[in-house]
Design a protein around this ligand. Structure first.
Ligand code: C2E
Ligand code: MG
Ligand code: MG
Ligand code: MG
Length: 291
């Protein structure tokens, strides 16, 4: 079952060479890679949207577009798996452009006035032409760039810092905003943070889940305080319970996303459930009051 196949944990340097598990992984990777090469990307891939919610007001501020791929041969494949394979196969930028086009076309079916947050790979900022490609898709869509947020992970930024920084500046010059994704997982120092043209920081969900321990709570508070002192909007990822949300309120985190509020879903569903500000407000208050 490819949907359950966790690339992240299996790639983590554990010596599984020559094991049967390793063999299976290699074989399944090849199968996914082959399916990806053969895929009718436009027909097989889609984007779902997860709401990003204001911690205090409970209103939906943005929706993050998350890629979904259902291969006719092998079924659903997780995005962290197929994105990594697409990067290796050199077809990620083509996929990005196609998904961006779909996400932009969905914007009119999302709640009015919210921002659209979209994940980029390092390859999408690796050259002038790549960034020009993104700009062309935005322009063709007619969407006002100020409604867009581009998310890049720390790891992606550090792969080629000058290119990433330059690409970010170009996207910002169009009017889009930039968020640093999975913040805190990139084994990097913090020294580069103030040098990057970023507007928002998305705090990785490991910091949120870690806050059930006192030391983890301190760490999360420190990260939020750092963002605030740098005047960066902070968004907590992976909020799954009310206690986590309450803690985020206490420490002044701006926004959150997570299963507590909603999982990723099609644009129409998001609008049906949270299209009015009232919906969202009620929901958050209920969640908080139920504790
Ligand atoms: P990400 O950008 O950090 O996205 C957040 C991931 O956390 C999503 O996983 C989302 O479904 C999941 N998530 C949200 N709330 C919760 C929660 O409360 N608990 C838990 N356990 N998980 C939660 P998803 O959709 O599987 O995507 C995984 C990663 O794949 C993304 O992480 C992103 O790095 C990448 N990705 C997804 N779509 C795209 C895309 O269009 N382009 C690129 N380059 N990468 C993408
Ligand atoms: Mg993201
Ligand atoms: Mg993230
Ligand atoms: Mg991630």
């Amino acid at each position: 079952d490819y949907a359950l196949y966790n690339a992240k944990s299996e790639h983590r340097g554990v010596s599984v060479l020559y094991s049967a598990k390793h063999e299976r992984r290699i074989r399944s990777e090849r199968a996914v890679e082959a399916a990806l090469q053969a895929a009718d990307l436009d027909a097989e891939m889609d984007v779902h949207f997860q709401p990003i919610v204001h911690v205090e007001r409970g209103t939906v501020l943005a929706a993050e577009a998350l890629a979904r791929w259902t291969s006719p041969q092998i079924g659903q494949v997780r995005p962290d798996v197929f994105i990594a394979l697409a990067e290796r196969a050199g077809i990620i930028h083509r996929i990005t452009l196609m998904l961006l086009e779909k996400a932009l076309a969905s914007l009119e079916r999302l709640p009015s006035g919210i921002l659209l947050s979209f994940n980029l790979s390092a390859h999408d900022l690796a050259s002038e032409e790549a960034v020009t490609g993104l700009a062309a898709v935005i322009q063709r869509s007619g969407v006002e760039p100020s409604r867009l947020v581009f998310e890049l992970t720390e790891t992606a930024v550090l792969r080629d810092f000058p290119a990433a920084e330059h690409g970010m500046r170009r996207l910002r010059a169009l009017g889009a905003r930039i968020a640093l994704d999975d913040f805190g997982t990139g084994q990097s120092g913090l020294s580069y943070l103030h040098r990057l043209p970023i507007d928002k920081v998305k705090i990785d969900r490991s910091f949120v889940s870690g806050a059930s321990e006192p030391s983890g709570r301190e760490l999360l508070s420190a990260v939020v305080a750092l963002c605030r002192s740098l005047r960066l909007e902070c968004i907590a990822e992976g909020v799954e319970d009310q206690q986590q949300l309450r803690h985020l309120r206490e420490i002044g985190c701006d926004a959150f996303q997570g299963y507590l509020f909603a999982k990723p879903m099609p644009a129409e569903e998001l609008t049906a459930r949270f299209g009015s500000a009232e919906h969202a407000r009620e929901l958050v208050h209920q969640e908080l009051l139920r504790a």
